[in-house]
Ligand binder design. Structure first.
Ligand SMILES: [Zn+2]
Length: 357
């Protein structure tokens, strides 16, 4: 499938957030005021491509964006979000089971591919996509609440973002800062075992949380194998539109499948809420598109599962950034090297020590 969508506009300085995922590569330009200045995406089955070829496709999309931004825009850097374990010090993908990638020097390879295509040298960093999504969610709330006494801003100081595409990752904010963990791998919650004798996972084990709530799990419950929504060539936005339309029309199989995924979401979120006590849990990625049906189930099941009623005061929210959150977070992270030009223009919460290193 070769479906490239785009949106862009000029500006003086931008950070670029790129994304590699199972069904697409994408790149977004963000300016220091948090505005999206350009966006390109190519829907493509990366599972069928060797990593070197996938990186060339990513370079094409990033290159198209660089070309569209034009010479009057200075690009501060590129941060690539990946669904898996990242060695951020070396911009290396350690393991990304859903992509089938292990030990890939992605930062170096993308920088080289861009130079080969005639683009100027730009710093390329690599980060976990759910961590980038969490930074974008934090930034959005802080910008919205800037200058106001907002309870929303307060609850996002301790926040868990559950970011679902084909796989599922988590981004955790504590005291207004991103939690990285000892090796930088905090938040690999999609591979928590929730069904010891459950379905096989891309990581080689069985019963991981993402086998119950990832997009493929939803599709398996919502449609027969010969249903058009099961076509791997269908792009993600179209697929989600079909599911939203069916759920909106009250299709019982779709609604039942969403109830099931919502209940499994709560099964994994409940112990995380007990352990971390976040002010807010954000349903991001594909969960956001179907949040109208998933969030009420999650809230109901959390109320039943937790010691303290009403989810212990944790607010279950639907991301307004959806699938674009990781790219947006990548763009904001790339802007960290840009000096603050005026009060309030620094992406909130990204530095110091809340950033990507
Ligand atoms: Zn797994």
């Amino acid at each position: 499938m070769d479906d490239t969508s785009s949106r862009f506009g000029g500006g003086s300085v931008c950070g670029i957030g790129a994304e590699v995922n199972v069904g697409h590569v994408a790149a977004t330009a963000v300016d220091p005021e948090g505005r999206m200045r350009g966006e390109f995406r190519k829907d493509i089955d990366l599972g069928s491509l060797p990593p070197a070829e996938a990186i060339q496709r990513l370079a094409e999309v990033v290159g198209t964006l660089l070309g569209a931004l034009g010479g009057d825009t200075r690009v501060a850097g590129i941060t690539v979000g990946v669904p898996g374990l990242v060695d951020a010090d070396h911009d290396r993908v350690v393991l990304a089971p859903d992509l089938g990638w292990r030990d890939i020097r992605l930062g170096e390879a993308l920088a080289a591919a861009l130079l080969t295509r005639g683009h100027d040298a730009v710093p390329v960093r690599v980060d976990n996509e759910a961590d980038l999504a969490a930074l974008a969610e934090l930034d959005r709330v802080r910008r919205t609440a800037s200058g106001t006494e907002s309870s929303t801003a307060h609850e996002t100081d301790d926040m868990l973002v559950v970011f679902g595409v084909a796989g599922v990752g988590g981004g955790l904010i504590a005291d207004g800062r991103l939690v990285r963990g000892h090796r930088g791998w905090a938040g690999e919650i999609g591979h928590m075992t929730v069904e010891p004798h459950g379905r096989p996972c891309t990581c080689g084990r069985v019963g991981c949380w993402q086998t119950t709530i990832g997009l493929r799990a939803l599709l398996a419950a919502a449609a027969d194998p010969d249903d058009p929504v099961q076509d791997p060539a269908l792009i993600l936005d179209e697929l989600l539109s079909v599911l939203v339309a069916r759920a909106g029309a009250g299709d019982s199989r779709t609604v039942t499948a969403l109830e099931r995924v919502g209940a499994w979401l709560a099964t994994g979120i409940a112990p995380l809420v007990s352990a971390l006590d976040p002010g807010r849990v954000v349903l991001g990625g594909y969960f956001a598109a179907l949040g109208e049906w998933l969030a009420p189930v999650v809230r109901r099941e959390l109320d039943a599962a937790l010691l303290v009623p009403q989810a212990g005061g944790t607010h279950v929210a639907i991301s307004e950034l959806g699938l674009a959150a990781a790219q947006r977070g990548g763009g904001l992270a790339a802007l960290e090297s840009v000096p603050t030009r005026s009060h309030g223009t620094r992406p909130a919460g990204l530095a110091p020590n809340g950033g990507t290193r």
